[in-house]
Design a protein around this ligand. Structure first.
Ligand SMILES: [Zn+2]
Ligand SMILES: [Zn+2]
Length: 448
């Protein structure tokens, strides 16, 4: 798969584009020669053609993985590659917008470090399916950093947390998020209220399966380059973002490499000050105001306001990347389609000519000090989250008291089938399990 042809990766430097132009020219020339020579010389021409093609491939191989150049743009198969001790892998598990669509989940970027740690930045609606499909056990996906509490950045957190137990999850989930301009709007209150809102889910699933601990780390949203995480040689800092209020961006530093993630923001002074020269700079790049009006999302006045002072327009993205010059700029938070991506990229290119990746879901960036390799993950849509191999704990069914209506609601003849399943299981495994619905009527014999 050639991501550049799809408009996903743009190398920036002219020299590379010209080289590609030459390659196209050579192919066209070869076609003309074929016609001229006729069938007699066909074999010879094919052989020459193959030689030229091999040579071109070899040249392309020699070029990769050069800084800012198109790298090996093919597939990453989850679960098949070890990370080097000083390598990080970034997988986009959501690059879209608040408008739900199958193609792009809302914001979520996973960063895997060579030390075995996985850090998730934002968890927008629809991202958990992506996270479950990339062959990493839930137990190892245990650190989530939320930039702000919009649903397209935190909407899948309840889902990810409460269904952890039925996805082989046993380890606690650790979350980091900003304080609020009012205490009741901050991360801590949000997580407490989340548990309240899903109180029955928590009590019932906790009893029948197991309850997972939730560790909440709320930090001051106004902190400037403040360390909010420091473990296993990895540091995460927060800087204020300009996106309404109480929004932050993150900078992850590990083994001398830096990954910056804007969550949502307009170009701001902290981002420009603290993300200069980072290795990978993931910054929002919103759909242009006129496009939003055309799609009927906003009125013109709303679109202009939202598209320039709540979110970053493509020109703003280009401007902020020109000011910070990362090794790789990654634009996300726009509908990445054939009829939008070139227009957005052209607007970025008015201001920025460096390495650029137009994000879509399942983009994979392998980052070392020497190279940045951009590929696309090939995932199996049938895939479930993989078991961690840890011993699964159990909840205490006695801790949940069923309502009388539920206890007595089971169809009496079905109770006999349940008992039969239990009897057969107990006999086969030498166990002595009993149905939970103790209050149900005594089983009646099966009439068959
Ligand atoms: Zn937002
Ligand atoms: Zn957003």
């Amino acid at each position: 798969m050639n991501l550049e042809d799809k408009g996903l990766v743009d190398p920036g430097p002219r020299e590379t584009l010209e080289t590609m132009g030459e390659a196209v020219a050579k192919k066209t020339g070869r076609r003309r020669t074929l016609t001229a020579l006729g069938a007699g010389g066909l074999t010879l021409v094919i052989l020459i053609g193959l030689f030229v093609q091999n040579r071109m491939q070899a040249l392309a191989q020699e070029k990769r993985p050069g800084e800012g150049k198109p790298t090996l743009r093919n597939a990453y198969f989850p679960g098949t590659e070890e990370l080097g001790p000083e390598e990080m892998r970034i997988i986009s598990c959501g690059t879209g917008t608040p408008q739900p669509r199958l193609k792009q989940a809302a914001a979520c970027f996973l960063v895997q470090l060579g030390n075995g740690d996985n850090l998730i930045f934002d968890m927008g609606a629809g991202s958990t399916e992506r996270l479950a499909s990339i062959d990493i056990p839930y137990d190892e996906l245990d650190k989530v950093f939320i930039g702000h509490l919009h649903l397209d950045h935190a909407g899948d957190l309840p889902n990810f947390y409460f269904t952890r137990s039925v996805n082989n999850g046993t380890t606690k989930l650790r979350v980091w998020g900003p304080s609020g301009v009012k205490p009741e709007w901050g991360m801590k209150a949000a997580m407490e209220n989340m548990k309240e809102m899903w109180g029955w889910e928590r009590a019932m699933r906790g009893a029948i399966v197991r309850e997972i601990e939730l560790e909440v780390n709320e930090f001051d949203w106004t902190g400037e380059n403040a360390i909010i995480y420091n473990e296993n040689d990895a540091i995460v800092r927060s800087i204020p973002a300009v996106h309404g209020d109480q929004s932050v961006s993150f900078i992850l530093e590990w083994k001398g490499m830096k990954f910056a993630f804007s969550s949502d923001t307009i170009p701001n002074k902290w981002w420009v000050k603290y993300t200069k020269g980072v290795d990978v700079s993931v910054h929002e790049c919103f759909y242009p105001p006129e496009g939003m009006v055309e799609r009927g999302i906003f009125s013109p006045a709303q679109a202009l306001n939202v598209g320039t002072q709540v979110h970053t327009p493509p020109q703003g993205f280009g401007h902020v990347m020109a000011l910070t010059r990362p090794r790789m700029a990654v634009a996300y938070h726009f509908p990445n389609d054939f009829d939008t991506v070139h227009m957005i990229r052209d607007s970025i290119r008015e201001y920025y000519d460096g390495p650029l990746t137009m994000a879509e879901d399942f983009l994979v960036l392998n980052v070392t000090k020497d190279s940045i390799r951009v590929r696309k993950a090939v995932v199996n849509p049938d895939h479930y989250s993989v078991p961690s191999g840890r011993q699964l704990g159990a909840g205490d069914p006695a801790s949940y008291k069923f309502h009388e209506l539920t206890l007595t609601g089971m169809e009496p003849s079905y109770a006999a089938i349940v008992q039969k399943i239990y009897d057969e299981f107990n006999k086969k495994h030498g166990t002595d399990f009993k149905p939970i619905m103790k209050g149900s009527p005594p089983p009646v014999p099966l009439d068959r």
